[in-house]
Ligand binder design. Structure first.
Ligand code: AKB
Length: 332
């Protein structure tokens, strides 16, 4: 039998306090830096290792350990896990929905082969593994308002297909071999510091910057396109709380998490309470509009709330005032 797939001694592995943790390749993306910062506060600066294939900014480089790691280089990943005695692995590396459609082969390589590397390494080294999934793991035949955890999943993007594959592989290895696989389906995430990279929900970040610079946002989605969204601090907190939840509390390994749902028109209206001159024009882009029309409008996160106490802190009103304040603070 393949030794990688032997049951492991995960049961006796310490369930909290990672000695180290990696955020491969995607560590410098929209979510990695902020998550590392929050984890370092709890577990110590040197116990959280951030990684990517890109050169980090001076600030990131000096705020804690950073290593080069390519999710496609299995041997090097193994070397890092062994040398740093990694116990948790947060796998943020992925090509998002819109960019994935433009680079299908690369998306398949990173999102599927990269994931297989990480799954094998997690099994081999008894790691607790977190892999994010997304509203994009659903498709036009899924119930869209609301979308429950367990329902038809026939996404029509390579991103969605790779995420469903990740959910299923992780759950399979959990049931078969005891892998401590954990997965949250993220809504569109709204952040200030790190821009998103090629998603369908990116407009909901750009509109804030445009409101405070040119006062004009050209939206690539129709005004009534409703999608689930979340403030980045809720997303980070959900991830940490879920990773810390005792296994006995988890009835699922993949959970939806929700905070709010809005359309471009609704978020623009809320921003106008602070920036009255904001003008939004609409020029729907064929690819992204089609993707958004196939995604959930609202997420049902009942199971996450019940099992491990998930509760979002930000609704639309708080999100808008906080994001505008953060952008203004950054500029002064
Ligand atoms: C995207 O738009 O592709 C991502 C996502 C919702 O997963 N932000």
């Amino acid at each position: 039998s393949n030794p990688l797939y032997e049951p492991t001694e995960l049961a006796i592995w310490p369930s909290v306090h990672p000695q180290a943790l990696q955020l491969w390749r995607g560590g410098l993306g929209q979510l990695g830096v902020g998550l590392a910062q929050k984890l370092r506060k709890q577990y110590g600066i040197d116990n959280v290792i951030l990684s990517d294939i890109k050169k980090p900014s001076h600030h990131v480089f000096t705020s804690g350990p950073f290593v080069y790691a390519d999710v496609l280089d299995y041997k090097h990943l193994r070397e890092l896990i062994v040398n740093y005695r990694v116990t948790w692995l947060i796998h943020y590396s992925a090509l998002l929905s819109a960019v994935g459609e433009a680079n299908m082969a690369q998306a398949r390589e990173i999102n599927i082969r990269g994931l297989h590397n990480v799954l094998d390494l997690a099994l081999e080294n008894c790691l607790r593994l977190f892999v994010p999934s997304t509203i994009g793991a659903f498709g036009p035949s899924s119930p869209r308002d609301p979308t429950p955890d367990l329902c038809v999943q026939r996404p029509q993007t390579i991103y969605g297909v790779s995420k469903v594959h990740g959910e299923l592989m992780g759950e399979y290895l959990h049931h078969k071999c005891g892998l401590d696989f954990r997965c949250l389906r993220y809504p569109g995430v709204i952040s200030v510091s790190a821009p998103p990279g090629g998603g369908t929900t990116d407009y909901a970040v750009q509109i804030f910057h445009d409101a405070l610079t040119t006062g004009h946002h050209e939206c690539y989605l129709r005004p009534d396109t409703r999608l689930p969204m979340m403030h980045i601090s809720d997303c980070h907190r959900a991830t940490i709380e879920f990773m810390q939840a005792p296994e006995s509390q988890l009835s699922l390994r993949t959970y939806n998490i929700a905070a709010m749902s809005f359309t471009p028109e609704e978020v623009a209206q809320e921003i106008r309470k602070h920036v009255p001159h904001l003008k939004v024009t609409y020029k729907p882009d064929v690819v992204r509009q089609k993707i958004a029309d196939s995604w959930p409008m609202r997420f049902d996160d009942t199971n996450a709330r019940r099992d491990w106490g998930w509760a979002s802190a930000f609704k639309l009103e708080e999100l808008v005032s906080d994001i505008l304040r953060s952008i203004r603070d950054k500029r002064t």
